[in-house]
Design a protein around this ligand. Structure first.
Ligand code: AP5
Ligand code: MG
Length: 218
């Protein structure tokens, strides 16, 4: 299965991607996670990306396209993948179409998750991530607090720097201006599926599974 997860910041892409990756035993490739690993490792890419991510802007297309090209062309992605957070501009979408043609990938879908901005702001202000395994939690629904240990691996739970309210607002603006127009590109290609993300994690997952079944993707 080859799936692109699409949607505004905080709609639940990472949360649903992890469930699908476990269920289908395929890798979850998150461009945000790749960048956060580069930041944590202190690489040149990480240093440049951190400045951009902290203000909620997009890392330049050439950098992101090179990063994704490397991962999709590797053995890790040869039997399927869930790509989360890419493409985010029309330029990236066109580059991905070319990559798919080179890799002879024809069968893929773009899963668009829809959630209201009000709910997104609520979710992002209560999100925590594990510094060790990148698992995603909510202070509202998972009974966790910043600085407490990850229930799974014991790593430290922290709030992402870009989840400050002003940065969230900027990310939502960037999504609306630069990213949301891509949806039309994929609608025109006939590969877009939309799911309502305004439900519990479990119900959204169930509805995604049904959608994928009806699209004969599982
Ligand atoms: P990235 O890490 O991709 O961030 P994002 O797209 O802004 O999305 P998020 O990770 O914030 O949200 P999500 O949809 O994954 O939601 P989650 O599952 O965590 O990108 C970060 C930055 O990197 C970008 O701003 C940019 O600078 C750069 N970047 C990355 N890719 C790039 C690219 N292609 N080009 C250029 N730059 C790029 O859930 C959120 C919260 O809600 C959690 O607390 C979760 O527990 C909770 N939750 C989830 N589902 C539910 C539910 N159904 N009900 C209640 N709570 C829920
Ligand atoms: Mg995410």
């Amino acid at each position: 299965m080859r799936l692109l997860l699409f949607g505004a910041p905080g709609v639940g892409k990472g949360t649903q991607a992890k469930l699908l990756a476990d269920e289908f035993r395929i890798p979850h490739i998150s461009t945000g996670d790749l960048l956060r690993t580069a930041v944590a490792d202190g690489t040149e890419l990480g240093k440049k990306a951190k400045v951009i991510m902290d203000v909620g802007k997009l890392v330049p297309d050439d950098v992101m396209i090179g990063l994704v090209r490397g991962v999709l062309g590797s053995p890790l992605a040869s039997t399927g993948f869930i790509l989360d957070g890419f493409p985010r501009t029309l330029n990236q979408a066109r580059a991905l179409t070319r990559m798919f043609a080179e890799l002879r990938i024809r069968d893929y879908r773009v899963l668009n998750i829809e959630v209201s901005n009000e709910e997104i702001i609520r979710r992002l202000s209560s999100r925590l991530m594990c510094r060790n395994d990148g698992k995603i939690y909510s202070t509202e629904t998972d009974g966790v607090a910043a600085g407490s240990p990850c229930p799974d691996c014991g790593g430290e739970l922290y709030q992402r720097d870009d989840d400050q309210p002003a940065t969230v607002r900027r990310r939502l603006d960037v999504y609306s201006i630069q990213t949301s127009p891509i949806l039309k590109f994929y609608e025109d290609l006939g590969v877009e599926l939309t799911v309502n993300g305004m439900d519990t994690v479990e119900n959204v997952h169930r509805n995604i599974t049904r959608l994928l079944q009806s699209a004969e993707l599982r």
